[in-house]
Structures are given as C-alpha cells and as structure tokens.
Unconditional design. Structure first.
Length: 245
C-alpha cells in the first residue's frame, strides 16, 4: 500500500507542470505582506522555484528555453539584489526582466498546451500554469507603473518603504487576480490612463481566455475522438474481411 502511494505521488510530481503549479500557488498564498526580511527571503525562494521550473520543466523549444534563461537569471540576480540595495535603477531593471520573462514563458506554455493540444491531465495543468503566470506578469507590470508613476492606482493602503517586496506587491497581485477573474471589488482602482489601459487589456484576456481555451480543447477532443472511432471501425472491417476470407 505504501509503495503504491509513493509511486502515485512520484508519478504525479513527474509531470512537466506539476512543480510549477505548486510554486505558483505558494507564490500567491505567501505573497509579501509587511514581513521581516527572512520571511521575504522565503517568498523569494518560491519565486526562484517558479523561474527554474518555468525554464526547465515546461518543455519549451530550445530557442525559447535559451531566451528565458537569458532573461530569468538576470531577473533573479537583480531581484535578490534589490532585497539588500534599494536602488531605483536596480528595481526598475529587475521588474523589466521579470515581466519580459513571465510573458515569454507564458506564451510558450500556451503554444504547447493549446496549439499542440492533446486532452490530457498535463494539458490542463499547463492551462492553469499559464493562467497564474498571466496574473503574475500583470501584477509586476502594475507594480512597475506605480513605481514609475506614483499614484497610478488608488490602493487600499500605501507604504513608501521597501516598495518592491512589500504590501505594494501583495496588493498588485491581489488586484491582478481579481481583474483577470473579472470580479472587480473596487477596493483598488486604476487612476492613470496607462494603468486603466493595461487593466482593460487584462480584463479582456480574463474574459476570453476560458472561452477560447474551452473551445480549443473541445475541438481537439472531438478530433481525437473521431480518429479513435475511425481506427476502431477500420479494425472491425479488417476483422470482418478476415472472417469472410
């Protein structure tokens, strides 16, 4: 019984997107509040886990994997450095690399699970990963806007200290997810024109993501079902022909 359970757990975690899902969920659940430096460092470890599983476990083409590695490693270096050195150029550079990395990896994952779709559990995991990563990418984009143009958002509360790893980032993650889910409680609102534009874009993505994805998966499932049916019919016909001969 123990051996069987161990094998099931091992088989579950051997999927390409399983580790990425785990790190993405941890990244959201333990997003940085007004924590100590050591607690934020633990969040950074989850963040690092997202980067490495996004690069090496998502079955990217070699060119995309190289590009994501070239973006991901500097992003992590700048992000960890910003824990200790509160430099404006460092923070901006870190956010730019992080945003570019997340969008490239998300696009590659969507290409793999949608355009090359086979209706399997691994496909659904990839779909969930891409959804989470879209929300995280927009949250860092909102943080960059708020950092470059203070007052772009009306926030629940402001904290002028430790901006990149503080309640600012936590609020932006929360706002990004409720925007993507098209919930919109109104406790955080975009004020600047550029912020409003990006929020509308994310809301549109949230509206169409599930509709387009479901349509794609259903169509792929129908194709594979038809193929399976044809194969069974061909097998039956060959069996009948053999009997007659």
């Amino acid at each position: 019984m123990k051996a069987s359970l161990t094998q099931r757990i091992k088989r579950y975690f051997s999927g390409y997107f399983t580790q990425l899902i785990v790190f993405l969920i941890l990244l959201f659940l333990f997003r940085p509040y007004n924590w100590s430096t050591s607690s934020i460092a633990i969040w950074e470890l989850f963040f690092t886990g997202v980067f490495f599983t996004s690069i090496f476990n998502a079955h990217h083409p070699k060119a995309v994997q190289r590009l994501s590695l070239c973006l991901g490693v500097p992003a992590l270096i700048f992000d960890w450095s910003s824990l200790f050195f509160q430099s404006t150029p460092l923070i901006i550079t870190s956010l730019c690399f992080t945003i570019a990395f997340l969008y490239i990896c998300t696009a590659s994952i969507l290409y793999n699970v949608v355009l090359r779709a086979q209706v399997t559990l691994e496909t659904l995991r990839g779909v969930i990963c891409a959804y989470f990563m879209i929300a995280f990418a927009f949250s860092f984009l909102y943080l960059l806007l708020e950092f470059l143009l203070p007052g772009s958002f009306h926030l629940i509360y402001n904290d002028q200290n430790y901006i990149i790893h503080s309640t600012y980032l936590s609020q932006m993650m929360y706002f990004s997810f409720i925007t993507l889910l098209t919930i919109g409680f109104g406790d955080i609102t975009p004020i600047a024109d550029l912020a409003q534009s990006f929020v509308v874009i994310e809301g549109v993505i949230g509206q169409f993501y599930i509709a387009i994805l479901v349509a794609r998966i259903v169509s792929v499932y129908a194709i594979y079902s038809d193929r399976a049916l044809l194969q069974r019919l061909e097998k039956d016909i060959r069996g009948i022909e053999k009997k007659h001969h």
